[in-house]
Design a protein around this ligand. Structure first.
Ligand SMILES: Nc1ncnc2c1ncn2[C@@H]1O[C@H](COP(=O)(O)OP(=O)(O)OP(=O)(O)O)[C@@H](O)[C@H]1O
Ligand SMILES: [Mg+2]
Length: 308
């Protein structure tokens, strides 16, 4: 199946000469949740703005459901819902009217039942008659999400959707996102909460300095880069590792006082037991033992840090 979004050699140089995107290639399949991770200024919002057709590319192109987002803006914009990073809403309008009006802007017929469903799902129904200026910051962010869902988009962009939203509501929002995905909506989100990506994404993309460093299935990424490590603090420092241990993931560290062992998640029990026995046979004893598993956060920091 053709990807629903295809980003091809996309570059963006802002008018002041700043190169914000340096040749991005990315395909997104229908119905997946892709999380884009990257430090401040990486180019996430720039990329999303171009896909949504609200900023122009300098080079390359973006197809949404086969339509060029620049040449065929009307066709693609109607399919897309965008939750922008910045809060920009009319402070004197009510929640219900704001969301309902947004549906009209996308050329869809008024549908109060749909608006009610969206507001209820986002725990905003009891605030429907409040003016936006009467809402808290987290509530305003949820209104932005309601606006983006008002016209039943096929593709939803969430640029930092849960910044400033409390933990409980954040989890509610993940639930809303899951339900949207179940109904066939494709979702691209950016986040600085790595546990958010870990929790809800199917694939993770890491962007830094205008370049896409990787895009991978989350589970595969965790399996490939998410190392597990056993740490043994030795009773006596070791000058060198006996030859029989070379090349099996064992490293001598901290002036010979510590051994670290990288092991596979699959056969951990066996291989550790075997290793400990073999260490004992070689008169290597330890006073403390701990394990460490790298998270998506470690992987992210390693990737982005290495690039600096
Ligand atoms: N209108 C503009 N003119 C010039 N430079 C810009 C403009 N908009 C963004 N930039 C620059 O482009 C780079 C990427 O910005 P962008 O907003 O895409 O980053 P981001 O990954 O979304 O960051 P954050 O996590 O902080 O939201 C930054 O260095 C930013 O200063
Ligand atoms: Mg941004």
């Amino acid at each position: 199946m053709a990807p629903i979004i295809s980003v091809q050699n996309l570059t963006k140089t802002y008018s002041n000469g700043f190169e914000a995107l340096k040749g991005i290639n990315l395909d997104v399949e229908k119905g997946e949740i892709l999380a884009l991770l990257g430090p401040n200024g990486a180019g996430k919002t720039t990329l999303i703005s171009i896909i949504c057709g609200i900023a122009n590319p300098s080079g390359g192109r973006v197809l949404v459901a086969g339509h060029d987002v620049v040449k065929d803006f009307r066709a693609t914009r109607g399919m897309i819902g965008l939750v922008p990073q910045e809060l920009t809403t009319d402070q004197f309008e009510t929640v219900f009217n704001t969301v309902s009006f947004s549906r009209g802007l996308h050329g869809k017929k008024s549908n109060p039942a749909h608006i009610e469903k969206v507001l209820r799902a986002l725990s905003l129904w009891d605030k429907k008659d409040n003016m936006l200026r009467q809402l808290s910051g987290g509530m305003k962010r949820r209104v932005l999400i309601a606006k983006a869902l008002s016209h039943e988009p096929d593709i939803l962009f969430l640029d930092e959707p849960t910044a400033g939203v409390d933990v409980t509501l954040r989890k509610d929002m993940w639930h809303v996102v899951e339900e949207l995905r179940a109904s066939g909506v494709t979702i691209i989100l950016t986040t600085h909460y790595i546990e958010e990506a870990e929790e809800i994404a199917d694939r993770v993309g890491v962007i830094n300095g205008g370049e896409l460093l990787l895009v991978e299935d989350k589970a595969a990424l965790m399996a490939k880069l998410g190392r597990k490590q056993l740490i043994l603090d030795l009773t006596e420092p070791l000058r060198r590792l006996p030859d029989c241990f070379s090349g099996n993931g064992l490293t001598l560290e901290a002036d010979g006082n510590r051994l670290t062992y990288d092991f596979d998640a699959g056969n951990e029990q066996e291989s550790i037991a075997a290793l400990l026995t073999r260490l004992g046979e070689n008169n290597i004893h330890f006073k403390d033992l701990s394990t460490r598993q790298s998270s998506l956060e470690d992987i992210f920091v390693a990737l982005v840090g290495a690039d600096k």
